[in-house]
Write a protein that binds this ligand. Structure first.
Ligand SMILES: Cc1ncc(COP(=O)(O)O)c(C=O)c1O
Length: 428
């Protein structure tokens, strides 16, 4: 037996278990509906981009401009390469209708190593232990666990088929002020095709939410990870579009779902937040890899418009296959009906149904993987209870599951979801 070093680990390591999704990623199963891994990728574009980069580099090397190539494999500015920030500024101007100055607006864009890093850095610079953050219930696991990591607390607020309910957000903030003597520092939402619930917030809710954060003078983190994966219905303007001056909304976009997992996130933040975030990023990763930033920029410049339609279409087919298979095969329950994104949220009518237990005891042994809904509830913190108008200890529901249609083919979805439906009927 080795002797363990007698050093105590940081407080948060005891609080937070390994991410349920990372744990589930290890299983190799026949029917995979767990993590939100992209499965519709613009495969034709990448070899061309890489050949173009390779050709330019060879030319530079053989024409005595090695220095230019050396920079491709070097440290770059912490906030991202200017030419890449310019491309991303154009994307947000043209596709989100954001009022970014055509000449200078790119300077507001920050490149991060995935939008996950932006989440981490925002929490790092804005929260102290014991601070409060308001989130929908259920909520993206990769956000709440970072909140807990910084020893802050979340307040979960009920949501419905249109996302989080703004009135309850307002009441939850007031309740926090009264009960805990503290104003939350921010509200976090995924307005376009939420992870995990698949819901999209209608425009009136977006406006209300912005009014609330402005009135309370706190930040709103708008996580737009699925912004481009909107395959039916109207594509709504981001909340950041309504926040004309960009004073309250921290707007996070990502290449991961709309291109590929290049680990390139792009964001806009109020200047005072951005300044601190860049400082923190400098200590976190020094810079985002230069070569992947260049791949991303070339992709958006040359291929994005053409491929995004195909990508969306691919996900629409997968969504349709999953929705139909659930409706035809699952026992009584309700599901969300996403207009985009990667996920359907299913709630069993049987309140006693334990999705986690079922996963371990039935689904995994039968080679089916999904994520039990309870993974999307915080480990600790508060929930706003509209009936009493009070904050109570965070609660978790067990009879829910998140089903991802992003990674599996239509055939695998049809077969796997029908099979899961049969298992659910037999065993619950
Ligand atoms: C809602 C949401 N935000 C952020 C992320 C992280 O994205 P990225 O790959 O850009 O770090 C994800 C990834 O699944 C997500 O679903």
């Amino acid at each position: 037996m080795f002797q363990l070093v007698n050093v105590e680990f940081a407080e948060w390591t005891k609080l937070i278990p390994e991410s349920e999704i990372r744990r589930l990623l290890r299983y190799k199963v026949k029917y995979y509906f767990a993590g939100g891994k992209p499965g519709v990728l613009p495969l034709g574009a990448f070899p061309l981009i890489m050949m173009e980069i390779a050709k330019a580099e060879l030319e530079a090397i053989f024409s005595g401009h090695e220095k230019r190539v050396i920079d491709d494999y070097n440290y770059g500015p912490t906030e991202g390469l200017p030419e890449v920030r310019k491309v991303m500024a154009r994307i947000m101007r043209e596709r989100d209708g954001l009022d970014l100055d055509p000449e200078e607006g790119w300077k507001d864009v920050l490149i991060t190593t995935g939008s996950q890093q932006a989440i981490h850095l925002i929490m790092d610079v804005l929260t102290n232990p014991g601070d409060l953050v308001v989130v929908p219930q259920p909520v993206y696991l990769g956000f709440v666990n970072v909140v807990s990591k910084f020893l802050s607390n979340v307040i979960t607020v009920p949501s419905d088929l249109n996302g989080v309910i703004p009135e309850y957000v307002e009441e939850a903030i007031t309740a926090a002020e009264k009960q805990l003597g503290k104003k939350p520092k921010m509200v976090y939402v995924v307005p376009d095709s939420d992870n995990p619930s698949g819901t999209t917030m209608p425009e009136d809710r977006r406006r209300k939410l912005l009014d609330i954060v402005k009135d309370k003078d706190i930040y709103l983190v708008e996580d737009a990870a699925y912004r481009e994966i909107q395959f039916r219905g109207e594509k709504l303007k981001p909340i950041r579009h309504l926040d004309k001056e960009g004073t309250h909304v921290i707007y996070l976009r990502s290449t991961s779902k709309e291109v590929a997992v290049l680990r390139v996130g792009y964001s806009l933040m109020p200047p005072e937040v951005r300044e601190q975030v860049i400082k923190a990023k400098g200590y976190n990763d020094l810079c985002t890899p230069t070569i992947t930033q260049k791949i991303a920029a070339l992709y958006y410049e040359r291929y994005f418009e053409e491929y995004i339609k195909k990508v969306r279409e691919g996900y629409r087919k997968r969504y349709e296959a999953m929705a139909k298979a659930i409706d035809e095969n699952f026992p009584e329950g309700i599901r969300t009906d996403p207009t985009g994104g990667f996920f359907i949220w299913w709630i069993s009518e049987n309140k006693e149904f334990d999705a986690k237990k079922f996963l371990e005891e039935v689904a995994i042994p039968n080679e089916v993987l999904y994520v039990p809904g309870e993974a999307f509830y915080p480990i600790k913190g508060y929930s706003y209870d509209p009936e009493s108008g009070k904050l109570v200890n965070a609660t978790r529901k067990k009879n829910e599951m998140r089903l991802s249609y992003s990674y599996s083919t239509v055939e695998e979805i049809e077969e796997g979801i029908s099979f899961l439906g049969r298992l659910l009927r037999q065993h619950s």
